[in-house]
Write a protein that binds this ligand. Structure first.
Ligand SMILES: C[S@@+](CC[C@H](N)C(=O)[O-])C[C@H]1O[C@@H](n2cnc3c(N)ncnc32)[C@H](O)[C@@H]1O
Ligand code: SF4
Length: 365
């Protein structure tokens, strides 16, 4: 089984914290869609005979695409790849794009899972983030989406300078009261070259406080576990039966094809990533070649990637896969209460999850 990711590199406005690849100019959207359809054809053999069981429209803002655009992308994929009948087809949608008519159109285009970028239910936080939606749109869009889709996930951001623990609790409680079956919760990261980084440097915004972020992450794990959610990956929580099949396949090391500028692909042996520039992407595809860079993975790199991703999951790092010598290397983390051995796998404790990346790199070969 394999996945396909499609990157739609357009947004209505630039959120202050975001360094994903996007432009706020929609000028070349038609040319982009035409190029994307050509890239699908050029990449039709990338996954070999592998069956595709997840398709993910991410971005940027895929909810800026028309029904016809989404439909032609999905149909082109289905005509060239072996897509299973019950494939999970996710669309990342921004709350301000959601209305009754478009929800029906998405259903008609075969979308069966929505990932809605809520970030916060508080107006002052949304303004601070420079989001295009209001707090009213955050709740209204979810109530409306629930009428047409049962498989819904939302993104929330914690650890912003002004977010108190009380407000964080209210954000999580609002999501729970709306009975959203899957939550992705991210600690705010100050990324280089973003407006947020500049605002902090110029002292126009408070900086983030890592201790407060850790505290809010610990609270989050406690609240969501009490509410019956399965903490199946560091940033992801699902009610039983509602895990994301697409994201899970990344963490399980399955093959995936990424389409569109900045999209990454993995075929088991190498990784490649398309150029993060819309004009070069469109121009190059129109000449019949995909502009990408590629890295062939060594055995050690593959193992280290496995350590990094598996430690972030609930199932943990299998010693049968990574080798028993990791148990000795992990002993100090086990003694410190950051890790435990479970079914011959190393699994991070709640405190360990705060230090996941550091622990993983300490275990690298
Ligand atoms: C790249 S966005 C795409 C989804 C959609 N455009 C949206 O904004 O709702 C995916 C998610 O990444 C998260 N994200 C992006 N930049 C982040 C940052 N610097 N810190 C924490 N979370 C971030 C946000 O929660 C966002 O919803
Ligand atoms: S967070 Fe989403 S909407 Fe905001 S700039 Fe990034 S991709 Fe665009």
């Amino acid at each position: 089984m394999a996945g396909i990711y499609i990157h739609i590199p357009f947004c209505k406005q630039a959120c202050h914290y975001c360094n994903f690849h996007f432009t706020t100019s929609l000028h070349y959207k038609n040319d982009f869609i035409a190029a994307l359809l050509k890239e699908i054809v050029l990449q039709k053999d990338y996954l070999g005979n592998e069956t595709v069981d997840t398709i993910y429209f991410g971005g940027g803002t895929p909810s800026l695409c028309t029904k016809q655009e989404l439909k032609s992308i999905a149909e082109t994929i289905k005509s060239l790849f072996i897509v299973v009948n019950d494939a999970e087809i996710t669309l990342e949608a921004n709350p301000d794009d959601i209305n009754e008519q478009i929800l029906l159109a998405w259903k008609g285009a075969g979308i069966n899972r929505l990932s809605i970028g809520i970030q916060s239910f508080f107006e002052e936080d949304l303004l601070w983030m420079n989001r295009a939606h209001t707090n009213r749109q955050a709740t209204d869009s979810l109530q409306l989406a629930k009428k047409y889709f049962d498989n819904i996930t939302i993104d929330l951001i914690y650890g912003t300078p002004q977010l108190t623990n009380e407000k964080w609790k209210q954000n999580v409680e609002t999501a729970l009261s709306l009975n959203i079956p899957h939550l992705s919760c991210y600690a705010l990261t100050v990324e280089a070259k973003t407006p947020l980084e500049k605002l902090i440097r110029q002292q126009k915004s408070l900086d983030i406080n890592p201790d407060k972020q850790s505290e809010q992450f610990l609270l989050l794990m406690q609240w969501l576990e009490e509410a019956g959610y399965d903490h199946y990956e560091i940033s992801n929580f699902a009610k039983p039966g509602w895990r994301s099949r697409h994201n899970s396949s990344y963490w399980q090391g399955k093959k995936y094809l990424g389409l569109g500028p900045s999209a990454h692909s993995f075929n088991g042996e190498s990784r490649q990533w398309n150029i993060s520039n819309n004009n070069i992407y469109i121009g190059s595809i129109n000449q019949g070649s995909i502009p990408f860079e590629k890295e062939i993975l060594t055995g050690t790199q593959k193992l280290n990637e496995y350590i990094m991703t598996s430690l972030r999951t609930k199932e943990g790092l299998s010693l049968a896969i990574a080798g028993n010598e990791l148990l000795e290397k992990s002993q100090r983390f086990i003694t410190a209460g950051l890790m435990r051995l479970e079914n011959n796998s190393l699994v991070l404790t709640r405190e360990g999850k705060l230090l996941a990346d550091g622990i993983a790199s300490d275990l690298f070969f």
